[in-house]
Design a protein around this ligand. Structure first.
Ligand code: GLU
Length: 388
């Protein structure tokens, strides 16, 4: 058996066998925290906090990613749901974040648990130093046994990073799982998981209990399933699952209103839709590369090169590259796809996009003559590759 297959099989076996998790990220969506109303629902939040507190007391490590700041701010300001522009949402988040944290602080203090707040933006994490600082802080908080409550820093968050949108805590929670190398990410919402059709409209809609690999069918299903108040609906949850599972984390989408759902999921019970990790634990640098925030371009490689990378653990050479996309420089992170548009992973390139346009498809020995300089035969060295 090829080593990569063996590794994957082991992972899945581990996930299927002893499904208890030690380090977890739990994400609460707005529609859950408000119980579908226009304001935070104290009873619901108290119940979720009590569940997290129980796990924490058992010695498990939990980080919370919470939404609800905008909803809380809107309620405090008496604003209607009509105004939905981003600058006004930022104002509401600023008011609501305080109220949200106050709520958590009060509720966790009943369990004698100290809470911390971390407001992160994707831009902070795209920077390697920012990623490492956030990681160090979150890990130190876990060690101190404080429960860190994370939200996007909505006041400064911008939409400009390609592929992300304002206020998407689903992707943020997968990034937090990636940061702290979590075993499990629970995305708790007001819907039972991923269905093959919209369960609100179709009574025959069937829950998908387990996803081994996210493919076009799964994306298609996500496009038809939607939750009411949440920012991203199912589509951002699937994006989050892509990142989480590529980082070696199991992810579950489940209904947060299920009794004792957090403890039951932490014990490995099959509730909602579980996405199995597609890779083992990766070193932190590779997880950061895979989080996609710093990706500057794309390389499409032929099938021979894809096999060399995946199965023979080789470096990517110019000969296997079909074409490149994007304006990237030497040292940037690029995504790697095969010709069927399957995502293989990413890597740090030794050549710019412009240079690759000249050397693609040629033997390494010709690089010097073609470019007038030579950074070595590897366009992406295997040590700088993070494959999924
Ligand atoms: N950060 C937003 C808030 O706290 C929520 C974003 C989301 O739900 O994805 O209100």
């Amino acid at each position: 058996m090829e080593p990569i297959i063996e590794k994957k099989a082991m992972n899945i076996a581990r996930d299927k066998g002893k499904r208890t998790y030690r380090r977890m990220v739990v994400k609460f969506g707005t529609s859950l925290l408000t119980a579908g109303s226009p304001r935070l629902n104290q009873e619901t939040i108290a119940n979720l906090v009590a569940q997290v507190a129980r796990l924490h007391t058992q010695g498990r490590e939990v980080v919370i990613v919470t939404s609800g700041a905008i909803a809380a701010g809107r309620d405090k300001l008496g604003a209607t749901r009509k105004r939905r522009d981003i600058p006004f949402k930022q104002v509401m988040a600023s008011v609501g974040q305080n109220h949200l944290m106050y709520t958590y602080e009060q509720l966790f203090s009943r369990h004698n648990i100290t809470v911390a707040q971390a407001l992160l933006t994707k831009t902070d994490l795209a920077d390697r130093a920012g990623y490492l600082n956030a990681r160090n802080t979150l890990l130190a908080l876990l060690e101190l046994r404080a429960i860190c409550i994370v939200n996007e820093n909505d006041v400064v968050a911008i939409e400009e990073i390609e592929g992300t949108r304002f206020g998407d805590n689903d992707n943020l929670s997968a990034m937090v799982a990636n940061l702290i190398d979590a075993d499990l990410l629970m995305i708790l919402t007001d819907i039972g998981g991923l269905y093959n059709a919209d369960p609100h409209r179709n009574p025959d809609a069937r829950l998908i209990p387990e996803v081994k690999r996210i493919n076009r069918d799964i994306e298609q299903m996500a496009a038809t399933t939607n939750s009411s108040l949440g920012t991203g609906g199912m589509a951002t949850k699937i994006e989050a699952a892509r990142l989480a599972t590529a980082s070696g984390t199991t992810m579950v989408i489940a209904d947060g209103r299920e009794p004792d759902v957090i403890a039951r999921l932490a014990a490995g019970e099959a509730i909602g839709t579980r996405f199995l990790p597609i890779t083992g634990k990766l070193e932190s640098r590779k997880r950061w590369m895979l989080c996609g925030l710093s990706t500057m371009g794309k390389l499409v490689i032929d099938s021979g090169a894809a096999i060399a990378l995946k199965k023979q653990k080789r470096s990517l050479l110019a000969a296997g590259i079909k074409h490149s996309e994007g304006m990237f420089d030497r040292g940037d992170i690029v995504d790697i796809y095969d010709t069927e548009d399957n995502y293989l992973g990413c890597g740090i390139t030794n050549y710019s996009g412009h240079s690759i346009d000249i050397i693609k498809g040629t033997r390494s020995g010709k690089i010097g003559a073609l470019l007038g300089f030579d950074y070595g035969p590897e366009v992406v060295h295997r040590n700088n590759l993070a494959l999924v």
